[in-house]
Unconditional design. Structure first.
Length: 236
């Protein structure tokens, strides 16, 4: 018994140490930086003034245009949404069937002797049923989100129409938690500013993820039992 208690205490200590450690943030392969393709070696032509592969771009700017080029995206996301819903319904049903009359007398019957309280009573065939249902529901929903900052991404693909597919991520390990910022989308070259920056509101099919894990994220998350009671599986 002492050995079991000893092993349990050691196991509990290891679990506590594991809970205090913070794993480094892991990169998502879907947002890995794109690397430019290595051009094939060019052959030199002796005696020629122009040599392929040794030209200088004297009149080009620094905008991203090729696979592997870096582009800085300025995050200026802000959304506001509001929704109100109300429902009221009422339903009332009444059924009243009088006893049939034959030759001026109501038709009655006697209950079987197995029912002592009703065996000596003449019962008629009248019936009455009343039903009343009422439902009232109301809901309000308000949501406001804001995200500001900068993230540098790389061009992963150049589409046939000249648009650029960009992607990138930023991973931060702060104290006992990790922060993730991931971005991907399609960019028009004409929307890129002269300083090689772009507003996130001008990106098509933009996918922005800002999340984190660790002690702070766990403290803002309800436990599994509370999530079960708040889920659709709870019948009440």
């Amino acid at each position: 018994m002492k050995q079991i208690k000893k092993y349990l205490s050691v196991l509990l200590g290891l679990l506590m140490l594991a809970g205090c450690t913070t794993t480094p943030p892991q990169s998502d392969p879907a947002y890995a930086p794109a690397r430019p393709a290595t051009p094939p070696p060019t052959t030199r032509s002796n005696g020629a003034i122009y040599q392929a592969g040794y030209g200088l771009a004297l009149f080009e700017d620094n905008k991203a245009r090729r696979v592997g080029d870096i582009l800085t995206v300025i995050l200026v996301e802000k959304t506001d949404a509001s929704k109100t819903a109300g429902t009221n319904s009422k339903k009332k049903t009444g059924v009243d069937v009088s006893a049939p009359v034959i030759l001026g007398s109501a038709l009655t019957f006697g209950a079987p002797g197995l029912i002592p309280l009703a065996s000596n009573v003449n019962n008629d065939l009248s019936a009455k049923l009343n039903s009343n249902q009422t439902f009232s529901g109301q809901g309000d929903s308000n949501q406001s989100n804001s995200l500001n900052g900068r993230i540098s991404v790389t061009v992963s693909e150049v589409l046939p129409n000249g648009n650029l597919v960009v992607r990138g991520e930023k991973l931060l390990a702060i104290n006992q938690g990790n922060e993730y910022v991931r971005f991907s989308g399609i960019v028009r070259p004409v929307d890129i500013q002269r300083d090689n920056t772009l507003l996130s509101s001008l990106v098509a099919d933009a996918k922005i993820t800002y999340a984190g894990d660790g002690v702070i994220a766990d403290s803002n998350t309800s436990g599994w039992l509370a999530r079960f009671f708040n889920s659709g599986w709870w019948p009440f």
